[in-house]
Each structure stands twice: as C-alpha cells, then as structure tokens.
Design a protein around this ligand. Structure first.
Ligand SMILES: [Zn+2]
Length: 422
C-alpha cells in the first residue's frame, strides 16, 4: 500500500511543481508533507464504514451500494470538491447509469404492400429501435467490401438515407455496416445464402441468439442502426429482380423501383440502476488536462445470508481515493494545489463486468478523454500475498499497465519508487 500511495505522490509532485524533468526527480518536501497526511488510522476509519455489514456488500444497484455512494459523495462535498455531473440545472457527484435486458418485441419488413415474415424471410441483429416504420430506397452494394463501397462512390451513387443490400462475406456485418453508415446509408441488409433453404438453415442455427435478450448499458443515443438479414428470394424481391439474376455478377449500384419499409420495436427491462461517484479538483495553469484517480466501490453483495464485505476488494482502494482527495484538498487550501485538474472517481458495476468504467469511457466521459493524461486505478491495496508475508514486508505494490500506453509513466513510477521508498 505504501508504495502505491507514493507512486501517486510522484504524479502529484509533477503536477504541482515544475520539475526540470522526471529524471532529476528529487524528494520533494511539500509533496511528502501532504502524502504523510494519509494515515493508516484515517484509512481504517473510512474502511470500517465502507465495508460495514450495513453496506450489505455493496452489490451494484443495491441499497448498500447507494448508501456507500452517499458516504463517498458526502466526503467529496466536505472536501470542497466540485460536483461535475449535470443534473437538470444542478450539478451532482453522482453519474447514473442503467443496465437493461433488451429483446426484440416486433420487427417488420414490407416490400410494396407485402409484409415479409420475421425468421422466415428476414431477421435483425445488433438492433436499435426503429419504432416508426421507415420507408427507404434500396441499392445493391455487391459483397459490401471496401472496394465495393469505393466503386459506388466512383459511380456517384449516393447511399444517403438508403437501405444498402449486399452479400454475406468474410468481412463482418458490423464492419460492412460501419462503411455503409459512413457513406450516409440508413441501414444494411445482408443476403444469407443462395436459396431459401440456406436461409432456413441459418435461422435454425442462430434462432437462439436472434430471440435471446441481451444485457446492455443504456446508451445516451443508440450507437448503431439495426442490421437486417434476408433470404436470397427476399433480397431479389427487394431489388425488384428475378432471383436467378441475383448473383455476384449483378451490377453494383442496381437500385429497386420500390422502397422497403422497416421497423424494429424493442423491449427494455430495467435490471439495475447504479452510479459512479465523481468529484473534481480544478487545476491551475494546466486545468484543461485531467489526472483521474479511480477505485471501484461496489462488491458482490450478500449470498445465503452472508455479507461479503469487500474490505480489501475494493474497500481498500475506495478509502485510498477518499484519503488522497483529502490530502490534495489540504494542499490546495494551503496554496499548493495541483496544476492539472484531478478527478476523484469511485465506480460501480465493476464486479459484474466493469460497467461503471465502461459507461464513463464509452458512453459518457464527463471530461474529454483526449485531455485525460492518466487514470491511476487502485484495486486491493489491503492484501498481502504469501510471498511478502514470508518476507514480512508489506511495502510493495503490483503495478499493472504503466508501460502499455505511455512511454513515460513507467519510468516515472520507477523514479518515484527509488526516490521515496527505502
Ligand atoms: Zn476489485
């Protein structure tokens, strides 16, 4: 634990003061002063609350998790951290996110006046809602490969607002859809096989996955258009041609006279609703750059009446974030605040799939990711493994990922380790 906290002090040192370079890092009295405010007794005080039975093991979405969230937010408020999450006209420390179970309630496809049948003529995957039936012109894009889309562009065929029909190939449906969308297409329709029989076989093989509900985080705006899959005869009908003419020889850019009408109605069942807890300390001359310090505060809840308190995993990291925030707050109050902005964030949903972090990075980053210098995540600093037990030395950490993306973070941590530990 000690070394981990000292690593953070190193980054802090760099943000606070203008060291000539990390290579010349010398023990810094001011950084050390605030690091030393982080005391075992303070960590223990918070941990006995965060990991208490009354927190019910902090299972994501549970009352216990929400109670822990309030405790953390109160602490951030007492420290004077800024609540950064927009909540109507107010600002909040809580970043809410939800998990739903999503299934297709009903999907329709009509060509002219003829309604096609779900699972007999077509199916849909990777769907987002198209609640209102939408009428789209149809255009053929060959195999739906990059060169096919390039050829369409060269021919001056617009895909804007159209349903693009193409054969299945080695390129994934998602990749084809991405290329079609980039050129303005509304949706992608992929032809499965060369006969009704091949489509039927595909459906019987995939029916489970087509009908299955999928768990997903609620997105602010649905990121994808639905991708439809059709039988060969249905595709020929879509393009207004004889089935025998629907081959690889069919001219790219062939358009149908009649539009296709599509809809997808989805059903969402709320599974849980949770929140990350976020507090901001604004920096000075580099305040548009962000250092994020995270830990997950959720744990696995109660099983068979036994509360899994999660003191180590990750109560220990959570209370470390609280104490690091406090040390920074004291430094700032005494005129030694950080140059970069520091974001203190405890996330939920970790134990069941890293959902709090995923929501922050993929759905709703509160601060621009491109201005985020580093996220230092703390997990389980309360454990001493057998190797170090034998050595009777708790003064170690496992550092993961410092040399993965950054060319300097690992060197920096090595320097700090050598400078501040004995
Ligand atoms: Zn953990």
């Amino acid at each position: 634990m000690t070394k981990h906290l000292l690593l953070l002090v190193g980054v802090w040192g760099l943000s606070l003061f203008s060291h000539p370079a990390w290579a010349q890092l010398a023990a810094d009295a001011i950084a050390r002063k605030y690091a030393e405010t982080i005391q075992e007794s303070d960590l223990k005080k918070h941990l006995f609350i965060i990991a208490a039975d009354s927190m019910e093991g902090r299972y994501t979405g549970s009352q216990g998790q929400k109670k822990a969230a309030k405790y953390i937010a109160n602490h951030f408020e007492q420290l004077g951290l800024t609540p950064p999450v927009a909540d109507g006209n107010a600002k909040s420390y809580f970043q809410p996110f939800q998990m739903v179970e999503r299934r297709i309630d009903n999907a329709t496809m009509s060509i002219g006046n003829e309604a096609k049948t779900f699972l007999k003529d077509f199916y849909v995957l990777n769907y987002s809602a198209m609640n209102t039936p939408t009428s789209l012109p149809v255009v053929f894009a060959g195999q739906g490969e990059a060169q096919d889309f390039a050829e369409l562009q060269a021919q001056g065929v617009s895909l804007q607002g159209k349903a693009v029909v193409c054969f299945k190939s080695k390129t994934t449906a998602d990749e084809k859809a991405k290329q079609a969308r980039r050129l303005g297409a509304q949706t992608l329709i992929i032809i499965i096989g060369n006969s009704q029989k091949e489509f039927d076989e595909d459906v019987s093989f995939n029916a489970y996955y087509i009908k299955k509900a999928t768990k997903q985080l609620v997105q602010k705006t649905p990121p994808e258009q639905s991708i439809f899959f059709v039988s060969h005869p249905t595709a020929a009908q879509l393009l207004g041609i004889e089935a025998s003419n629907l081959t690889e020889k069919l001219t790219i850019g062939t358009s149908a006279a009649a539009p296709v009408e599509l809809s997808v109605n989805i059903q969402d069942k709320l599974i849980w609703s949770s929140e990350n807890v976020v507090g901001l300390m604004e920096g000075t001359d580099k305040k548009d750059e962000y250092v994020i310090i995270t830990a997950h505060y959720d744990h696995v809840g109660i099983t068979n009446g036994v509360v899994y308190n999660g003191a180590d995993d990750d109560g220990s990291g959570t209370v470390s974030v609280l104490e690091i925030a406090e040390a920074f707050a004291q430094a700032k109050a005494e005129g030694n605040g950080p140059r970069r902005s520091v974001v203190f964030m405890t996330v939920a949903g970790e134990e069941i799939g890293l959902f709090g972090s995923q929501f922050y990075t993929d759905v709703e980053p509160i601060f621009p990711l491109e201005n985020t210098v580093v996220d230092l995540n703390i997990d389980m600093v309360g454990r001493i493994d057998d190797k170090y037990k034998k050595l009777n030395n708790p003064n170690y950490i496992y550092l993961i990922g410092s040399d993965k993306l950054s060319s300097t973070l690992h060197q920096l941590s090595e320097e700090v380790n050598q400078t501040y530990t004995t």
